[in-house]
Design a protein around this ligand. Structure first.
Ligand SMILES: [Zn+2]
Length: 176
């Protein structure tokens, strides 16, 4: 069971029912009929290439030592390729020097998200916004990946560049 327990429209208790082969929360109150579809949320992620290496960042909400990709939600009507550039600019203060290139889609089941990953080659001076606590410059030949959605995107991009990244635990405690 995932998602809400109560109906966001009438506060009735949701019943778990099968809809199209998936268990969904359904409101059976008179005149309501709300269905919590629980569809994944799309999230863009950036493998940021910078000065010949990569930038990994620690979200302010994460434990010290955890660095991963810059990510963000789409705005209404926003193209993912535009969203990823906006996120890199907002969170790192960097501008892309060429259009982003699509890496792939990666399901992130724990968060019920679909990661839409791009490579963004960027330049400028790094200025973090309030979402990020710190950043690390990582050499491409030393970058490790973690076995979760954004880490797999990083792995696939590095492999495409001819590197053979090693797996580490969840976002590396301290990229070398
Ligand atoms: Zn309801």
């Amino acid at each position: 069971m995932t998602g809400f327990r109560f109906c966001p429209h009438c506060a009735g208790e949701l019943q778990q029912e099968d809809h199209g082969g998936f268990a969904r929360g359904v409101c059976r109150e008179d005149g309501c009929g709300y269905i919590h579809w629980d569809n994944p949320t799309p999230v863009v992620a950036a493998v940021v290439e910078y000065d010949g290496g990569l930038i990994l960042a620690r979200n302010a909400a994460w434990a010290p030592g955890r660095f991963a990709l810059v990510t963000g939600f789409l705005e209404r009507h926003e193209d993912p390729a535009e969203a990823v550039l906006r996120e890199v600019e907002e969170e790192l203060g960097l501008r892309a020097v060429q259009p982003p290139t699509f890496i792939g889609h990666y399901p992130f089941e724990r968060m019920n998200q679909l990661i839409i990953a791009y490579h963004v080659k960027a330049e400028g001076e790094v200025v973090l916004n309030e979402e990020l606590a710190e950043w690390r410059y990582v050499r491409m030949d030393r970058a490790k990946y973690w076995p979760a959605a954004t880490g797999l995107a990083l792995r696939d991009w590095l492999r495409g560049q001819g590197f053979d990244p090693q797996e580490s635990a969840l976002p590396p405690a301290r990229p070398e």
